[in-house]
Design a protein around this ligand. Structure first.
Ligand code: FES
Length: 153
């Protein structure tokens, strides 16, 4: 933590940058770090929690190694996003907002990613898949698993 703090001024304006740094390092914001951030930047813990809940990029829960985001905005919804979500939930055996037991996948929903014409759209890690079909769900999951097998850490 000290090392992360040293990179930033003791200024409340740095909050987002500090949070991004911690999230990049740990994959989430561990709750026990909130009080340390609060003391360092002199911002109340409730204000920090407010920022954390406002920005979807931050999470207080550990996420899986791979993030699959399903757009459930209106345009994607009417084009079949609920069936895509169901299929991911079934294949991964988790619900939206959950992480698989092996910490490999986290499934999330969002309300529009600004690419409505391509709906239904999902984002697997940083890769957008437009006009997604339920039959392609397996392909997306298997591709990620294969990449992991080809590039084990
Ligand atoms: S509703 Fe899905 S991208 Fe806009």
């Amino acid at each position: 933590m000290e090392k992360i703090f040293r990179a930033f001024d003791k200024d409340r304006k740095e909050l987002i940058h500090v949070l991004h740094k911690i999230q990049a390092k740990h994959g989430y914001i561990p709750a026990d770090m909130i009080s340390q951030i609060s003391r360092y930047l002199k911002i109340s813990e409730s204000e920090i929690f407010g920022v954390l809940t406002f920005y979807k990029a931050f999470t207080l829960e550990p996420r899986g190694k791979h993030l699959i985001t399903i757009c459930m905005g209106t345009a994607c919804h009417v084009r079949g996003a609920p069936a895509i979500l169901d299929e991911f939930e079934r294949k991964l055996d988790i619900k939206a907002g959950e992480t698989t037991e092996d910490k490999m996948f986290t499934l999330e929903t969002v309300n529009c990613v600004g690419a409505c014409a391509l709906g239904p759209i999902i984002i697997a890690d940083d890769e957008y898949h437009g006009q997604m079909k339920t039959r392609e769900v397996d392909k997306v999951i298997e591709k990620i698993k294969k990449e992991k097998k080809d590039n084990p850490e």
